[in-house]
Design a protein around this ligand. Structure first.
Ligand code: ES4
Ligand code: ZN
Length: 324
């Protein structure tokens, strides 16, 4: 079964490239760029990955991302992730990047995008992995800063297909970014948003109604609102669920308490994703394997989850048919 899970063809729809920065690469880039890290060894870094909540994690995640300086760094980060995809038979991926994490440090958005898209292009050519990039706004920052970021990104509009919303959810409702998302939609981008990870079901409604999202990232707290679940089922709205992330960030006390299989059984279009694989104990295959071990995931459920992901990908029907 574990071999089946790691070798079945998969699509990943929710992962943050910055969250795939393994401690080994973090040290290598810190050395290359002459940057001091607050840790001395890889083991010390991993020991720091004991998070009480989302904010605990984000503080370390932004610190780690500080080693990313050059186009080559963004290339190396993305390429390392794609090589993991190759070993786990991820044949399509739609990663996020957080431009504001880097523009805040003086790293031009073009440097970021050229590095990332260079690796994605090589991934297509050399590994046969198709991909679509998603630009994600940091919701703890202002609406105005999100507008500025969108403007900075427009010269690279062909490099990404959608905009998203991540970082600290509580206190930063989707409504705060309604006008930015209207502009992004008018420019022809699709939209997604993290909602119902730590935030309430109300934020899922706002993502649907105000941000007009094509997928909800996480969405697990929608289960608290039966009417919302009915709507997600009726609309076949995809949820990009991240089981190991939810346990590490204490959204669920343990994986055997996770609601993903209940939602699948009810007809919610749920998918499995790694979120921040370097920080949460594994890539997409480890998520499937742990669901098997701790949640009793069976073959039919795994295939259904994987099919949901391919069906929810931001590719044309023709490309979908070629992937499935
Ligand atoms: C994130 Cl797990 C999670 N939630 C919100 N924002 C994020 N950025 C990276 N990982
Ligand atoms: Zn996420």
């Amino acid at each position: 079964m574990e071999h089946f899970l790691s070798s079945m063809p998969k699509a990943e729809l929710h992962m943050h490239l910055e969250g795939s920065l393994e401690p080994e690469l973090m040290f290598a880039l810190a050395n290359r760029n002459g940057i001091e890290l607050p840790w001395d060894t890889v083991d010390q870094v991993r020991a720091a990955y004991d998070f009480g909540n989302l904010q605990d994690f984000l503080d370390i995640y932004y610190q780690g991302a500080g080693v990313l300086q050059t186009e080559q760094d963004f290339y190396d980060l993305t390429w390392a992730y794609l090589k993991q995809c190759e070993t786990q038979n991820v044949i399509h991926t739609e990663p996020f990047f957080d431009p504001q994490t880097h523009t805040a440090r003086g790293i031009d958005i073009g440097v970021q995008i050229r590095g990332i898209t260079g690796a994605l292009q090589h991934g297509r050519e050399q590994l046969g992995i198709s991909s679509r990039l998603i630009l994600s706004f940091l919701r703890h920052l202002s609406e105005e800063e999100a507008f500025t970021t969108l403007e900075q990104a427009l010269p690279y509009r062909d490099s990404f297909v959608a905009v998203g919303l991540d970082s600290s959810e509580a206190g930063h409702p989707p409504a705060k970014f309604q006008r930015v998302f209207e502009k992004a939609l008018a420019e022809g981008f699709l939209t997604v948003a993290h909602a119902g990870e730590e935030g309430p079901p109300e934020y899922v409604y706002q993502a649907l109604d105000l941000l007009r999202v094509s997928r909800i990232d996480h969405g697990v707290r929608a289960a608290e609102d039966p009417a919302l679940i009915e709507r997600l089922i009726a609309e076949q709205m995809p949820l990009t669920v991240c089981p190991l992330s939810n346990v590490r960030l204490r959204v669920f006390p343990s994986l055997d308490q996770h609601n993903i299989l209940e939602m699948l059984a009810r007809g919610v279009k749920v998918t499995v994703n790694s979120d921040d694989p370097a920080y949460f104990g594994g890539y997409i295959a480890e998520n499937f394997v742990e669901m098997h071990r701790q949640l009793g995931l069976n073959r039919d459920q795994a295939v259904a989850l994987s099919r949901n992901a391919f069906e929810s990908a931001f590719v044309s029907d023709g490309e979908k048919a070629a992937l499935i």
